[in-house]
Design a protein around this ligand. Sequence first.
Ligand code: ZN
Ligand code: ZN
Length: 349
Amino acid sequence: MSSSIPKEHRAAVVEKKGAPLTVKTVPTPTPKDHQVLIKVSASGVCFSDHFAVEGVMGTPFPYTPGHEVVGHLVSKGSGVSDEYKEGSLVGLGWNGGYCHQCEACRKGEFYSCHSFQVTGVTAHTGGGHQEYVLAHWTAVVKLPENTGISLPEMAPLLCAGLTVNDALRHGKAKAGDVVLIQGIGGLGHLALQFARKAGFHVVAVSGSESKRDLALQLGAHDYFAAKDASKIKEKYGGAKLAVATAPSAASIGPLLPLLARNGDLVIVGVPTDGKNFEFDPLAMVTQRLNVRGLTCGCSINNEELVNFAALGDNKVKAMVQTYKLDDANKAYEEVIKGNPKFRNVIVFE
Ligand SMILES: [Zn+2]
Ligand SMILES: [Zn+2]
């Protein structure tokens, strides 16, 4: 380990299931074999951090959450190749790495690896709400330098951005087709920017008229308050693709009748109201509609995503509020309450 790497560092730690994040000093680990050590510059607070805090997916407590991480690679194990350079800008997203050996990996479906781990949720290496974090090299996102996107603005792209952009890329909609983005929050504000950049005819839907100006600024060509959304069918013949970003089951079912024939509805936010969706099966059958969910892609997908976000003048940036590590728990609680505009990010010196 390089002499500039301290033996101890500060970390926001959840001591046990449901406990608040408390900042303490912990030993700085040495990367082994296939691991790298990252000095963290920015770590986004995602709503999915609650999977770690609440231990929903089997978090090994005590634990440090954080799966939207940007920083520099400072040290690596002997099994990491020269493709991964010390001093380079790197990131971590939801996917905590993969094994290359299971049936899913052998089919190239790394996001479904049978030993799948989530950065900052289940991965034993922990997450980014700390000064130094370990990661398996397969989780490491190689990031471009000097993009014009600040590191705090970039961090949320690695989970929230990837999620919505995958939804835009995996439907049948092509440039010029009407794409409906429902919800203008942590996911939706990025979905609008990526949809506009990808050349879609972007239509935003949100709860009330109050979000109209913001939606248009972020890239929407047209806007409808939820109560007027049926006009999308009249005006455009429906959307080829609808991306449901608001975590509310009640708001998702009504999107189905807004689709054009053969349209796709992609769900990227897991509803937090504990309810299931209700869909009209007659519309699904007669209009040949598809409803699907998507999980987050892997490190290589994030590399493509950030390069796309940084391309040209119309860069995709998360709108962020920054917090110091000492305020990590406050940043987390604001996200759980649904308050941030639009992503909270912990920043380090
Ligand atoms: Zn996330
Ligand atoms: Zn695998």
